[in-house]
Design a protein around this ligand. Structure first.
Ligand code: CMC
Length: 393
């Protein structure tokens, strides 16, 4: 088998060169285009981060205003998309709807799309940034049987999403600035994370020259799993299942038991062997939001804080360098601001779309970009001959 390097899970394989995001997992560092994530999360907004990822640097005031105008121009979706939603069962998981609807966008933008033209690639990015909140909110409205709310382009990116989620034709939704800021920060913290499973899926799908909207659907599918973006939903469900602080030791024991498939959701990371820098900002934001919303008793937060304390002083977690990751506190914030649990991973997908499409663009900019084609170590049967059907065992 000497020809290929065997690397299950791609633990030590660099699949590409990239200028977008840098991670030092040992030190807990995350930089986008050189800027530390904590500074971006506290001193910029999500649309500035989108601009940064796409263009390589933060925008000045004029560039920002222009970018915002270009994005908001695309917030509406084609009327036929409304009919598409109606094909789904009302109780469909919203991630299932998002896989289908994002893929279906390729049917609207295919024949006139030239992926070799940089302007077309940029237009694809703008459309996706603009339309994902609209589609995500539509998935929610559909599930609760309320009419879709059109985007309001004079609101901020996060404010518009909240409006489409919570306003109704009979009642205006007044955006709470605390909630708006917290949601925007959650978007920033999820914007990109180099070659994770979903981004690698988008790149691999895109490496064949496939339609970019279909590639984004591949990313959404990959993100859905509980080992990846689905962990935020799974984490909140776990915290609710634990319920009270006195039950934590029972769940810690389950997580350590190698015969039990249970894992502490929101703990551990392939790359971070130190505190996930996104989790640090998320934890601070969580405390801020609950304080500003005047939520004094939050039993789930109490369970989370105590679970973190116990796990971090436990030999099993210390030895394996298992720290809280980005998904550990995000669910508590989303829950406090009224987002239903099955929408958590949709929020992640919405925010990660900028990362996916930036990687897709970067890949397409390379002159020597090749189709992704991993090899394998074959361990099946040696060569044998087909026998007539009535002579087979
Ligand atoms: N609870 C209990 N044990 C764990 C956990 C956990 N959450 N995570 C890892 N371990 C153990 C694992 O059993 C193994 O132990 P041993 O060496 O005795 O066999 C060791 O730690 C190494 O784990 P691994 O599975 O080899 O690590 P990995 O790099 O393949 O997996 C992970 C990384 C994130 C999938 C994993 O830590 C996990 O399943 N965590 C829970 C799910 C989660 O929170 N995912 C979100 C990740 S961050 C956001 C994102 O990517 O979307």
């Amino acid at each position: 088998h000497g020809y290929f390097t065997y690397d299950p899970g791609f633990v030590s394989t660099a699949s590409c060169k990239s200028k977008i995001t840098f991670i030092d997992g040992e030190k807990g560092v995350l930089l986008h285009r050189g800027y530390p994530i904590a500074q971006l999360a506290t001193q910029t907004d999500y649309l500035q981060v989108c601009y940064l990822l796409l263009n390589g640097d933060l925008p000045n005031a004029e560039q920002y205003a222009n970018f915002k105008k270009r994005v908001t121009y695309h917030t509406m979706v084609h009327e036929q998309i409304n009919s598409l939603f109606k094909a789904f069962r009302r109780d469909s998981h919203p991630m299932a709807i998002m896989c289908g609807i994002a893929g279906a966008l390729s049917a609207f933008y295919h024949d006139n799309l030239d992926i070799y033209d940089p302007e077309h690639r940029e237009l694809t990015a703008l459309r996706l940034i603009a339309k994902m909140p609209t589609l995500a909110a539509m998935a929610y409205k559909y599930s609760i049987g309320q009419p879709f709310m059109s985007p309001k382009n004079d609101l901020s990116y996060a404010g518009n999403f909240l409006h489409m989620m919570f306003a109704t034709p009979c009642e205006e939704y007044v955006v709470n600035p605390v909630i708006e800021k917290a949601l925007d920060r959650i978007f920033i913290l999820h914007a990109d994370h180099e070659q994770n499973a979903s981004t690698s899926s988008v790149r691999l799908a895109g490496s064949s020259g496939a339609n970019p909207y279909a590639c984004i659907a591949a990313g959404i599918a990959s993100l859905w799993g509980p080992a990846h973006g689905g962990a935020n939903e799974a984490c909140l469900r776990m915290l609710e299942r634990i319920g009270t602080v006195d039950r934590i030791p029972e769940f810690i024991a389950k997580a350590k038991d190698k015969k039990d498939p249970f894992r502490l959701m929101g703990f551990g990371h392939r790359v971070y062997k130190n505190y996930d820098p996104r989790a640090t900002v998320m934890r601070d934001t969580c405390h801020e939001v609950l304080k500003e919303l005047n939520i004094k008793d939050h039993p789930i937060l109490d369970v989370a804080v105590e679970l973190e304390r116990i796990a971090r002083s436990d030999e099993y977690f210390i030895e394996r360098k298992l720290y809280p990751n980005v998904d550990f506190y995000s669910g508590i914030i989303l829950n406090a601001i009224g987002i239903p649990t099955n929408m958590f991973t949709v929020i992640f997908a919405l925010a990660r779309t900028i990362g996916w499409i930036t990687h897709w663009i970067e890949m397409n900019e390379e002159a020597d970009s090749r189709i992704g084609r991993p090899r394998q170590i074959y361990i099946g049967s040696p060569t044998r001959d087909v026998r007539p059907i009535n002579e087979r065992e």
